[in-house]
Design a protein around this ligand. Structure first.
Ligand code: FES
Length: 145
């Protein structure tokens, strides 16, 4: 912890990192995808979505303290927001929420944001599958294609 302080991490970021806040998996998440940053670290986001609102968010990461703190902050920030609203959150919003990050770690917030945006986009990719499922549902109810 002292090392993180000396590296310039604010208390909020250290707290999130130490508690691994929202680290985990959401089984059957409506939205999930992963992103690998230029540094080689990667993050997978899981969103529980009802209608267009995000009810829960978790993440897994292979990365630094900055990545974990950013993932925690972002998953907290998106709860209760619509997918549209969540997609507008930037790395600057994440850094502000964390009350800063050390200079060399500012890009770590971008990893979380990019993983979130990919997860949100994954809901659009599910379109054909959902269409197929609704067709199958109609077939069960006697729908003739
Ligand atoms: Fe890669 Fe922090 S150094 S996410």
């Amino acid at each position: 912890m002292e090392l993180l302080r000396k590296a310039g991490y604010p208390e909020k970021a250290i707290d999130y990192y130490m508690r691994r806040l929202n680290v985990g998996v959401i089984e059957g998440a409506e939205a999930t995808d992963s992103f690998t940053g230029l540094c080689g670290d990667s993050m997978r986001m899981y969103l529980k979505v009802e209608g267009s609102a995000i009810r829960d968010a978790k993440f897994q990461a292979i990365g630094c303290a900055g990545a974990f703190a950013s993932g925690s902050a972002l998953t907290e920030m998106v709860k209760g927001r619509t997918l549209e609203e969540a997609k507008k959150i930037t790395e600057h919003d994440v850094i502000r929420d964390l009350e800063g990050l050390p200079g060399p770690k500012l890009h770590c917030a971008r990893l979380a944001v990019d993983a979130l945006r990919k997860a949100i986009d994954s809901t659009a990719k599910k379109g054909p599958k959902n269409a197929y499922e609704s067709l199958a549902g109609n077939a069960q109810r006697g729908f003739e294609p």
